[in-house]
Design a protein around this ligand. Structure first.
Ligand SMILES: Nc1ncnc2c1ncn2[C@@H]1O[C@H](COP(=O)(O)OP(=O)(O)OP(=O)(O)O)[C@@H](O)[C@H]1O
Length: 97
């Protein structure tokens, strides 16, 4: 969650610096909310699994790994979309200066 909050702060700073459009802000906000929400669900799944059993069980592993996988997929997609949004702004900034 600390990593996600740091990424969120960087997105906000970059969004202000590069003056991204309202549509781009909306996409960034939705993606940040998606990743952070899935991280909270992942934490909840981990807590429930640990509450149910502290023994090593295949179903516990499946529950934890699939929840973590959901966060990873959303995070990877967010990074790709973030690059698609910010790279043209960064390139434009370099061309102007
Ligand atoms: N009860 C269990 N039975 C089987 N495998 C487990 C069990 N608990 C954890 N694991 C395995 O160990 C890995 C690490 O589990 P852990 O509970 O430390 O979560 P984590 O993925 O490190 O998340 P976090 O760092 O947020 O606590 C899991 O991804 C899972 O593959």
């Amino acid at each position: 969650m600390k990593i996600h909050c740091t990424a969120l702060l960087m997105v906000v700073i970059a969004g202000i610096a590069f003056r991204i459009t309202v549509s781009e802000w909306c996409i960034c906000i939705v993606l940040c909310a998606l990743v952070m929400s899935l991280e909270l669900v992942n934490t909840a799944v981990e807590a429930v699994v640990d509450l149910v059993t502290e023994e090593k069980k295949p179903l516990a592993k499946t529950a934890k790994d699939t929840a973590a996988g959901a966060v990873l997929i959303a995070a990877i997609a967010s990074v790709i979309i973030g690059l698609l949004i910010f790279v043209p702004h960064i390139a434009g900034w370099f061309i102007q200066s």
